[in-house]
Write a protein that binds this ligand. Structure first.
Ligand SMILES: Nc1ncnc2c1ncn2[C@@H]1O[C@H](COP(=O)(O)OP(=O)(O)OP(=O)(O)O)[C@@H](O)[C@H]1O
Ligand SMILES: [Mg+2]
Length: 260
């Protein structure tokens, strides 16, 4: 990957809320076609990183370049053009409860294309089939399980076939089997759509399964970016603490942790 092109670049990004400093000089390069996972403790700013990338949250300073555009300087119209290239699976599935599954998944099509109803239905059906969820178009979100709702969220994220997909905690709150179904699905989509992805997760098993590189966010900065095999072997105390969940050797033995 040495010659790979940088498609996303965070340049010295700062973002706080009032007194609270969250991102304090984030630098990160994501290569075209790779899957990069951001890990870090709860509340450290992972979701904020994704939201600044889409322009949903303005930064305080610094720049974020997305496929040649600096999203921190764009107006709403230009941002829309960039957002069309980015599919986002939100941490909560964030479906509209009063809309059917069809309407939820078709939403980006209505925002960004002039497809008529028939064309929308065709694309939505095809996309729901891609996430192994055919035939639910007329149902409402609360009629579906959490895992199914995640898949609907995923379908909505990819309905425009974006070259960039952001996944915020795609497996959190799912049982291990459903989580693996989602992981496999993400891997399959990577191959099929040839996208660049950023995944945010606490779920290391999932991260190891879908990821090329892992970046660790700590204290407002990306403190390391490693390939998965390097991450697993890392002796860096902050990485080790994350991998072991802060457990002692004895505790690790008793719970039989996989990644030690
Ligand atoms: N819109 C907002 N207004 C005020 N504070 C916010 C806002 N969004 C995030 N924060 C704060 O920024 C910090 C980082 O939040 P963020 O959601 O990015 O954490 P996270 O790393 O995604 O955590 P988790 O793993 O629990 O999802 C938190 O302290 C949060 O309360
Ligand atoms: Mg989050």
């Amino acid at each position: 990957m040495t010659d790979a092109e940088v498609i996303i670049e965070y340049q010295d990004v700062h973002k706080g809320f009032g007194e609270l400093v969250v991102l304090n000089g984030v630098n990160l390069e994501v290569l075209r076609g790779e899957t990069l996972t951001i890990v870090g403790r709860s509340g450290i700013g992972k979701s904020v990183m994704l939201k600044t990338l889409t322009g949903l949250l303005p930064v305080d300073s610094g720049h974020i370049i997305v496929d040649g555009d600096d999203v921190t300087t764009l107006g709403e119209d230009e941002l829309r053009r960039v957002r069309r290239k980015i599919g986002m699976l939100f941490q909560s599935a964030a479906l509209f409860d009063s809309m059917t599954i069809f309407e939820n998944v078709a939403y980006p099509l209505r925002e960004h294309t002039d497809f008529d109803e028939a064309k929308q239905l065709e694309v939505v059906r095809e996309t729901l089939a891609m996430v192994d969820l055919p035939g639910v178009e007329d149902q409402y979100p609360d009629e579906l399980s959490g895992g199914m709702q995640k898949r609907v969220g995923l379908a909505r994220a990819i309905v425009l076939r974006p070259p960039i997909i952001l996944y915020d905690e795609p497996t959190t709150g799912l049982d291990p089997i459903t989580a693996n179904v989602i992981s496999r699905l993400i891997k399959r989509l990577q191959k099929r759509l040839e996208v660049t992805s950023i995944v945010v997760t606490h779920d290391l098993e999932h991260a190891f399964m879908v990821t090329d590189r892992i970046a660790m966010l700590h204290g407002g900065k990306i403190i390391s970016v490693m390939r998965v095999d390097e991450f697993r072997r890392s002796r860096d105390a902050r990485v080790r603490e994350f991998v072991t969940g802060g457990l002692t050797e004895e505790e690790l033995q008793s719970v039989g942790r996989l990644f030690t």
